[in-house]
Ligand binder design. Sequence first.
Ligand code: BES
Ligand code: MN
Ligand code: ZN
Length: 498
Amino acid sequence: MADLYQFRETPEEPLDCLYVLKCSGVDPFGGLEFQTKEKRSLRQKAKALGPRGEKGEIISGECPLPIARRITFVGMGDEKELSHARLRSGLRRVVHQATKNREYQIGLAISVRIHGLSEVESRLIALREAAIADYTFDHFRSKKNEFDKIDGVHLIPLSGESEEDLGERLERVRMLRSSIYLARDLANRPGNDLTPEALASAARDMAEGVGNIRVTILGPKELQKEKCGGILAVSRGSAEEPRMIVLEHRPKKPKKSIVLVGKGVTFDAGGISLKPASGMGWMKFDMAGAATVIGVMRTIAELDLPIKVVGLIPTAENLPSGTAIKPGDIITMASGKTVEVDNTDAEGRLLLGDALHYAARFNPDVIFDFATLTGACVVALGHECAGIMGNDPALAEELKKLGEDVGERVWPLPLYEEYFPYLKSDWADMKNAGSRWGGALTAGAFLQQFVPEKVSWVHFDIAGVGYMEKEHNGFPIGGTGFGVVLISRYIERILENL
Ligand code: BES
Ligand code: MN
Ligand code: ZN
């Protein structure tokens, strides 16, 4: 929604349409700041049009108030079960409907309450979801959709919500929106455009744009110096050089230190252990973890939080060629541990192993890594939550709860020590792949070998949630930016609890 939310008491021109989210059996105007007289005529109109508020329902008519030409009720289902995902879908439907009808100036009347959340939390989520519901990626289309896009959204305030409250809430939403859209845009760029080098420039541009971030980029020479055998091994099949992107937000007197690691495989063909042709194009999204880290770093820098946050992005392209690594090869990782490459398609863990080891120098209290790491995680959890693994069950529980609240769900998976022997090698310290069974967990067990001692660590396998292969529950096709909100919120919460 181009310049979203010009908040005005009354729009100068009538809006093209006023969209009203309606739950079944609930008056959708009750909590909104309309005058009694206005509410009366809105209710009369609702009665005449007869929306029931069922999921998927869309009913339009003439708007009874001068604020808009038309009014459209969008059914949201039972409020007692209203989930974040359903709200996201509802707002996405508003955007589709408005675009279809060529409504450029719309109003939004949202006074629904997400199940289990307070009014304020619900409001923030509704505003954020409204703000990101219009995402499209048409950078590579010569005919842009500009004319079909909503370019003004007029928000109906809640009763008691001052202009100042709303202004502050919107400021926050705008900031998050930019970070989420950046993450989505990066994820959506194809492999020929977003090479490891281009990903590094994009990270640099972001850092220069917001300030408060120091950027260091390691190329092949520096990676060699750091003995990053995993990153170098993965990149060997490609003409594109690997990089490690280091983004440091270092406030004066930092309260804590957090390292965020993101898998940045700009395209994953599988290498010599080549993937099947069908659907391989989706592997341009194999840098969604990197996109998340860049999005989170942007938020942290913009809020200028007094916490040291470091983003580490090992990035490479995984292709087969005469110079590529082969099954049976043995490589030495930055930590000195040796790995027998059993399957060149298990490349993400090779990159991440080096980055996790590199993280130690920042003395982190916590390390989070984000990676589209295993198909097995998608088999287990589908597209509704990320799988998380780690060495700190309390932290995992906290993230699960927080994820539920902010609408980026994560589900803890086990990392029993019994999983590591699945990676036993006859020739090296470990193999990079086990059998089919427990694929998400053996990947986690592999990563754990490289996590610095005594550091809390959570691994987010976002293979099922980092991008969507078609519109899904209000997410657009392509990159989702999953994790940006959850981790930004987690870091802010640390400050609140200090
Ligand atoms: N990038 C893939 C994982 C993936 C699969 C992400 C589907 C998103 C959707 C990863 O590099 C990979 O190929 N993993 C292998 C590991 C196996 C060879 C041990 C997998 O999941 O099959
Ligand atoms: Mn792979
Ligand atoms: Zn991969």
